[in-house]
Ligand binder design. Structure first.
Ligand code: PLP
Length: 423
């Protein structure tokens, strides 16, 4: 059984503990929401100020060349590639995850249709996804299914393998589920999709910077992901998009903007896509946001000399396992049910509990007590663990505060019942 002292000892022995210094954290708060909005890397404030005051203020238009602004989508893409098992030149930073998902799903459906031309195979009219996938993924897929006269079919994770057949065009999944933290087997599901002749599209929103990912090793076809969660890129940070090199010169994405053109500054009237992943850019990149995002990505890459994603994963499993153990021990009898997988191999870097009554209000009361997680409708208390800055002692203290809020019934007070726009 763990106690406060043993947690502190684990922090002393933690070879990743110095990474915490990179972040601006409030002394009295325990932040368990890096899966929603990562913490501010100290370097980002100074870097954004430099970009605003010097590069924009002094350099003005010259900075597109002199400060390397024009190359940022690729430069940041190469850095993220190191975290997700992609090669340099295969990934770019652009737009939002939703928009990138629209691009890659369209590209995937286009490839499947092109391959089916002249074939005697039955046409592929099914898009498969997970019922509890993040809503934006489902909304984008639903829109595309309507546009292409296809059907979007939503399944439980354990039903997917049985449903992959010759009528499936694309299997689109989120690697780590936003509500449960369940992690899917990317390699096995991609292989099964390919065996059925379908393509596999992965959303890495809760994976990039959180768990090791090997896109090329898994043979995935396309992937997208968020910059503002475990990559610590700041609110509304741009997202990323990856395509397997084997599709590079055949794939077309529908948002054919000038930044995805092979030679944007030739200003030709016809569209010629840039080679490879460059064609997934659309309009002018959000420069100031990208400067912040680069600091966020660097904060994760800082773990590379200490074992990188593998070392972060080991600590993440230890933190989430400790949290589950302490909550079940110290908050027993308070109606919390674990909804995240107990098996660490199936769990991302978050832990979620369901509670029939008061889940939203409990999260609000916890925030007032300086333990920040979030609520996901209808009944989930969600806690994200970022091993870059979360300590074992924080886990102890977080459970202490949760236990107090539940035992005192603090959450029943009226002020915690009013639901804000963002939960
Ligand atoms: C799995 C997943 N995909 C996508 C998004 C968000 O996409 P966007 O950056 O377009 O808002 C989220 C946000 O939480 C998410 O959890």
């Amino acid at each position: 059984m763990q106690d406060k002292i043993s947690c502190q000892r684990q922090d002393e022995a933690d070879r990743l503990r110095g990474l915490r210094e990179q972040f601006q954290l409030n002394d009295d708060e325990i932040y368990l929401d890096g899966n929603s909005l990562g913490v501010l890397p100290r370097a980002a404030a100074a870097r954004v100020q430099q970009a605003v005051v010097q590069e924009w203020g002094q350099g003005l238009i010259r900075s597109w060349n002199d400060a390397g602004w024009i190359d940022l989508p690729q430069r940041l893409g190469d850095k993220i590639a190191r975290l997700v098992g992609a090669a340099p030149g295969e990934l770019v930073v652009a737009d939002s995850t939703s928009v990138n998902l629209y691009k890659v799903m369209s590209a995937a459906l286009g490839l499947v249709a092109a391959d089916a031309l002249g074939s005697t195979r039955p046409s592929r009219t099914r898009i498969l996804s997970e019922r509890s996938n993040f809503p934006t993924d489902l909304y984008i897929a639903e829109g595309l299914a309507r546009q292409h006269g296809m059907t979007l079919e939503l399944l439980e994770p354990d039903e997917i393998l049985d449903q992959l057949d010759e009528r499936v065009a694309v299997l689109m999944l989120t690697h780590v589920n936003y509500r449960t933290g369940r992690m899917l087997d990317m390699a096995a599901l991609t292989r099964a999709a390919h065996d059925a002749g379908a393509l596999a599209v992965w959303d890495l929103a809760h994976s990039a910077g959180a768990v090791p990912v090997d896109l090329n090793g898994a043979g995935a076809d396309f992937a997208v992901g968020c910059g503002y969660k475990y990559l610590n890129g700041g609110p509304g940070a741009p997202a990323f998009v990856w395509a397997n090199a084997r599709h590079a010169d055949r794939m077309r994405q529908p948002l054919s903007g000038w930044m995805g053109h092979a030679a944007p500054f030739q200003f030709t009237p016809d569209y010629q896509p840039a080679p490879g992943i460059g064609r997934y850019l659309c309009g002018t990149p959000a420069l100031l946001s990208m400067t912040a995002l680069e600091c966020g990505i660097d904060s994760v890459l800082a773990a590379e000399p200490l074992g990188g994603m593998q070392a972060l994963r080991e600590k993440s499993i230890a933190l989430t396992g400790l949290f589950i153990e302490l909550v079940e021990e110290r908050c027993a009898g308070h109606g919390l049910t674990l909804v995240s997988p107990r098996d660490p191999a199936l769990r991302g870097s978050q832990v979620c509990f369901a509670r029939e009554e008061g889940a939203y209000a409990i999260v609000q009361a916890l925030i007032e007590r300086g333990m920040i997680g979030d609520f996901r409708a209808p009944d989930v208390l969600r806690f994200g663990f970022t091993p870059l800055y979360t300590r074992y002692a924080d886990v102890w203290e977080a459970v202490e505060r949760l236990q107090q809020v539940l035992a005192e019934g603090l959450w029943r007070e009226a002020r915690f019942q009013r639901q804000a726009a963002v939960t």
